[in-house]
Design a protein around this ligand. Structure first.
Ligand SMILES: [Mg+2]
Length: 206
């Protein structure tokens, strides 16, 4: 079950994503998270190098769409500055925003990558639709209270995936959670998951 949370690749930041190799594997669309992926959470500033990265990726032929659980005004203001489409209040990991992004990007799941800093929203959501998923380290350690709680569970999942050799050791994500505590936390996360996410997992679909 834990494999559903496993990203296809882990890098430090968007700047470490090898866009040439993505293009070589037929990727044409990028669904990208906003907070702590493109901009710092609770910060209105859009770094110049992020704008440059987006411009460069688009020049290389990638179509990009933001998918964020954040509020409409904030998400749309950054999307406007970056001149790319966006989906706000996405409720990731639900499938709906990812399907909508695929429609906007006009790409198939096999042609699309998801980039984000959270396992339980970006990576899980992308894996459910069999998109290529890239986990990055959050830009800042400032985040919403709810995210901080979820992060504790996530850290446990990361260390389990590392023990299984599924993701590299360098992806350090804070304190590790003891196995018993982790089982309890996963059980709690499971009780939060939507019925549709659960039935997919039980049926072995990703
Ligand atoms: Mg994020």
């Amino acid at each position: 079950m834990i494999e559903i949370f496993c990203p296809n690749a882990c890098v430090n930041s968007i700047f470490d994503i090898n866009l040439r190799s993505l293009r070589a594997r037929g990727i044409k669309g990028i669904i990208i998270d906003l907070d702590n992926t493109l901009v710092e959470w609770d910060n209105e500033e859009l770094p110049e190098e992020v704008q440059e990265w987006v411009r460069n990726a688009r020049k290389m032929g990638f179509r990009i769409c933001i998918a964020s659980n954040g509020l409409k005004d904030r998400v749309e203001s950054f999307a406007r500055q970056l001149k790319i489409p966006a989906i706000s209040k996405a409720v990731k990991p639900s499938k709906r925003p990812f399907l909508e992004a695929l429609r906007i990007l006009r790409t198939s799941p096999a042609q699309t990558v998801v980039v984000g800093d959270q396992i339980f929203t970006d990576i899980w959501g992308g894996n459910r639709l069999e998109l290529y998923t890239i986990l990055i380290s959050p830009m800042s350690d400032r985040e919403a209270v709810t995210t901080r709680v979820v992060r504790k569970v996530e850290n446990g999942v990361v260390s389990r995936l590392q023990k299984k050799g599924l993701i590299p050791e360098e992806v350090a994500r804070g304190k590790r959670v003891k196995a018993r505590r982790l089982r309890r936390l996963i059980k709690r996360a499971w009780s939060w998951a939507s019925e549709d996410a659960k039935s997919d997992l039980m049926a072995g679909r990703r």
